[in-house]
Write a protein that binds this ligand. Structure first.
Ligand SMILES: [Zn+2]
Ligand SMILES: [Zn+2]
Length: 282
């Protein structure tokens, strides 16, 4: 579950345990502010200790929404590189396995230029940071497919990963809501199979490390990114059952970023997702 960090990042681990979640995602700073304080070393220690004690992992950090590594504006790009470098530093300090990034908007340029800038900016942000020998990876998330947003289909995510993989630790995060509203069919049995064969042909299954499990409020192909509770939206419950039991994604973390409309919603969505998992065959 994506969880809040009121009172310190490590509190989210206790919250995960309370609601029965085995893995969690957090923001390591306010996702709508450029300024981000360094994380308190005590929080980092406590995060590691609590995760070890409760066996919670992987820890996923979602990067700030302000970061646009392929902005046409040099000022925004420079700010984005700086902010994303801070994200990586905090992720390493907290011992996070994954840092999820939206590849950004190339508005005002061509997609090819955007792709080149995104790869360059991510490289700059990582430059000289001690990620080698850690389990840390940056995960490029597929987006809802809004105009000029990079990563609106699997090919674009794969292209960026391809450009980065020789010099950066990089993988993929796929979001069910984004996949659905960007136009892929994951709802019908045949559609799901076909969409997964597209994953195979682009990013491949191994590169996918996290699935964001979100139902959608909007119809397939609308490009409207509005998350809904698992099983209550336009995706429905079955595709989530197929996904969490799919042996091709056995190595993945499944994380809900579902809305909190009422107290208990986090716990309910975790319970629904867990209820779909079939007992392993003897
Ligand atoms: Zn995201
Ligand atoms: Zn997501």
């Amino acid at each position: 579950m994506h969880l809040g960090t009121a009172g310190g990042a490590s509190n989210a681990v206790e919250r995960a345990r309370e609601i029965g979640a085995g893995t969690l995602q957090i923001f390591s700073s306010s996702p709508r502010m450029w300024r981000a304080p360094k994380v308190d070393p005590k929080q980092c220690q406590r995060m590691r200790a609590l995760r070890a004690k409760h066996g919670v992992g992987p820890l996923v950090i979602h990067a700030s929404y302000l970061v646009n590594v392929c902005s046409q504006t040099e000022e925004i790009r420079t700010k984005s590189v700086h902010a994303f470098r801070g994200e990586i530093e905090r992720a390493l300090a907290l011992g996070a396995e994954y840092l999820v990034l939206h590849p950004g908007s190339w508005k005002g340029m061509t997609r090819g230029e955007g792709l080149k800038l995104a790869a360059e900016s991510i490289g700059k942000a990582l430059d000289g940071l001690p990620w080698q020998g850690t389990p840390f990876s940056i995960l490029i998330e597929n987006t809802a497919g809004a105009e000029c947003s990079l990563g609106g289909n699997f090919e674009q995510v794969a292209e960026l990963v391809e450009r980065l993989k020789s010099h950066a630790p990089v993988g993929v995060c796929l979001d069910t809501c984004h996949t659905h509203v960007s136009g892929y069919d994951i709802v019908s049995v045949e559609g799901f199979a076909e969409t997964m064969s597209k994953v195979a042909a682009t990013t491949g299954f191994d590169a996918v490390r996290v699935w964001h499990c979100n139902d959608a409020k909007a119809a397939r192909g609308t490009k409207l990114d509005r998350h809904e509770h698992i099983g209550q939206g336009t995706i429905g419950i079955e595709p989530f059952r197929w996904l969490v039991n799919d042996p091709r994604f056995e190595h993945c973390a499944f994380i809900a970023e579902t809305p909190v409309d009422e107290p208990g919603d986090e716990e309910r969505n975790v319970r629904v997702l867990k209820s779909l998992v079939k007992a392993p065959r003897a």
